[in-house]
Design a binder for this molecule. Sequence first.
Ligand code: 6GU
Length: 226
Amino acid sequence: MRIDILTIFPEMFQGPFTESIIKRAVAKGLTEIHIHNIRDFAINKHKNVDDYVYGGKAGMVMMVQPIADCILQLTQEREYDEVIFLTPDGELLNQSISNQLSLKKNIILLCGHYKGIDERIREHFITREISIGDYVLSGGELAAAVLADSIIRLIPGVLSDETSALSDSFQDGLLSPPVYTRPADYNGWKVPNVLLSGNEKEIINWNYTKSVERTKQRRPDLLDDK
Ligand code: 6GU
């Protein structure tokens, strides 16, 4: 899978993609991430990418031309399955959206800033708009990193144990059960006996019961959907 990210702050992606699981996915050739600086497509001598909003209100808007030229260059090179704009007024990201997107071949993620981007970009290029939650971030970059991470870890071969993505919280609509590691007794704080029993059936039952219990307590809304 190939992900192209369009941003005016390319340095913000140093870190999220250069560590841990995503780093390994890139090294293994399971995903390609290309960061494009929208400012490289600005044509005037000041390299402007934004301008005053029409209609008088305060604030700057990202201009059509630099973003359009960047997207057009990419779409001339290959076909894209989705051109996604990260925006607080987009559809709320959930595991089902990440699952869908992990099956795509090429996607573009566009990060907005200032008061937003010229509406004509949304009308003519954007196929999907996604928000990562009901709060406001300074820009789309962190949201794009969150979305890319949630997608990339689902690509087959990225996680060392393929079943581990299947047992994630949300993957089956339930939160994960509590987990423990050694020692079995830490100064009197004990690991539940059933987990030490070696009885696989009982352990599966215990994990399921705990998942349901935790979901009922913390996120009853997840059970309502069923
Ligand atoms: Cl995608 N962008 C911004 N700026 N803020 C957000 C967001 C996106 N999702 C939640 N808050």
